[in-house]
Design a protein around this ligand. Structure first.
Ligand code: NDP
Length: 446
């Protein structure tokens, strides 16, 4: 089996040179699904796995824009349309200086399996730009978004490709992007998700990824007759996913000890309660400040520059910032200090050796494509509401989100159980793969 994986990966690496994150994401899936591929002649004959790692389409474009001083800047825009076997391409846009083709291909590839797991009819895609919204004025962000959409609009549509937010793309950016799409297409449609509540957005969409990751952790803990209540919890990041993870953990009676950003980590042993979280939300979403400011306001907390939260003793960890933020050493530290549940709000936050540490230790480890699927699932619910010209109440969307997270957990258990242990990585990869692979078989060689 490992020979087949190595042969397959050698081809992927040769065809996609230098795209390390993409290789990493593909290898993880290949290791899980190769036994299924090897025992299913139809998958092998139809070259299902070989086709899955080849995007259906990649769009790469110039994004010129003018700053407040009148200087011209040029960024690069991308959209990766990875797989549409089970629905229109669906996946976020990331604006961050680290963005490149390999990172977006890893994210688009992950998205295919994640979207399949949600039970909703959504294919996989991802896009973005190396533009950094940090430190830019609202007008600069608006001009950038308008320029970005001036090219992207011809490639997307409510039945073709429906982008959403990701790192650096929140409600403000989605608003500017939607405005420009509408202006160019002369059509008011659900072409983006994460829209404002007054113009087609869904209740619970902002909360969905963080809430969903917490619901998924609850499901994992329930397999050991346990729950979030009374647990020491560490969270990384302080953006959308992190904020709503803290909110839900607080509602469920856990105690959140950390938040972070790319500058460092705040440790608050008294717990980041709802009042403190409200202050953080104002800091991050309105004033667009840095997390170190937390300790000026809450003086008992400690700020640690250039550090991550993983050495703070905890029961449950929610990595919610970015890829590869948990190294093998961090994973060992977490396990040594008693952490027994990791639910990934971020995409691929644990490096491959770190994943092995969690699996070898047999802790409850929920990989991103399962644990953070609540975001895209609720985007799917936003699309349904847009298509029906309806607006569901908060309770309705939250109930559906919880049902979907339970269904994803159930699929992981079904495909990942063995020897008295649930391997959620295997479960998520195989469950996500089978549905897409069968759809591809039905649709012929396209
Ligand atoms: P935000 O932009 O709202 O927040 C990102 C947070 O992560 C910020 O605190 C940011 O700090 C920090 N961060 C980003 N890059 C780095 C880095 N290289 N090193 C350290 N910290 C970093 O993004 P989201 O909360 O939306 O996304 C967070 C993660 O969750 C991503 O992996 C994303 O792909 C994933 N995700 C998001 C979904 C969503 O619905 N939004 C859905 C599913 C997954 P700073 O401000 O200093 O950059």
């Amino acid at each position: 089996m490992s020979n087949s994986v190595e042969t397959f990966m050698a081809q992927v690496a040769a065809k996609n040179p230098g795209e390390l994150e993409f290789h990493q994401a593909v290898r993880e899936v290949a290791e899980s699904v190769m036994p299924v591929v090897e025992t299913t002649l139809a998958y092998r004959k139809a070259k299902i796995l070989e086709r899955m790692v080849e995007p259906e389409r990649v769009v790469l474009f110039r994004v010129p824009w003018v700053d407040d001083k009148g200087d011209v800047h040029v960024n690069r825009g991308y959209r990766i349309e990875m797989n549409s076997a089970i629905g229109p391409y669906k996946g976020g846009l990331r604006f961050h200086p680290s963005v490149n083709l390999g990172i977006l291909k890893f994210l688009a590839f992950e998205q295919v399996f994640k979207n399949s797991l949600t039970t909703l009819p959504m294919g996989g895609g991802k896009g973005g730009s190396d533009f950094d919204p940090k430190g830019k004025s609202d007008m600069e962000v608006m001009r950038f978004c308008q320029s970005f959409m001036s090219e992207l609009f011809r490639h997307i549509g409510p039945n073709t490709d429906v982008p959403a937010g990701d790192i650096g793309v929140g409600g403000r950016e989605i608003g500017y992007l939607f405005g420009q799409y509408k202006r160019l297409s002369n059509e008011f449609t659900g072409v983006l998700t994460g829209k404002g509540l007054g113009w087609g957005g869904s209740l619970i969409r902002p909360e969905a990824t963080g809430y969903g990751a917490t619901y998924f952790a609850q499901e994992m803990l329930a397999t050991r007759s346990d729950g979030i209540k009374g647990k020491r919890v560490v969270v990384s990041g302080s953006g959308n996913v992190a904020q709503y993870t803290v909110q839900k953990v607080n509602q469920l009676g856990g105690k959140v000890l950390t938040l972070s950003d790319s500058g460092g980590t705040v440790v608050d042993e008294d717990g980041i309660d709802d009042d403190k979280l409200a202050w953080v939300m104002e800091l991050k979403n309105v004033r667009r400040g840095r997390i170190f400011e937390y300790v000026n306001k809450f003086e008992k907390a400690v700020y640690r520059e250039n550090s991550r939260p993983w050495d703070v003793p905890c029961d449950v960890a929610f990595p919610s910032a970015t890829q590869n933020e948990i190294t093998v050493q961090d994973a060992k530290t977490l396990v040594k200090n008693g952490c027994f549940c990791v639910a990934e709000g971020a995409n691929m936050p644990t490096d491959p050796d770190g994943v092995d540490v969690f699996i070898d230790a047999k802790i409850l480890y929920g990989p991103g494509k399962a644990a953070n699927a609540g975001g895209v699932a609720t985007s799917g619910l936003e699309m349904s509401q847009n298509a029906m010209h309806l607006h569901w109440p908060r309770d309705e969307v939250d109930r559906r989100l919880q049902e979907i997270m339970r269904a994803i957990h159930k699929s992981c258990v079904e495909y990942g159980s063995g020897n008295g242990f649930i391997n959620y990585v295997k479960g998520a990869n195989v469950a996500g793969f089978v549905k897409v692979a069968n759809a591809m078989l039905d649709q012929g060689i396209v």
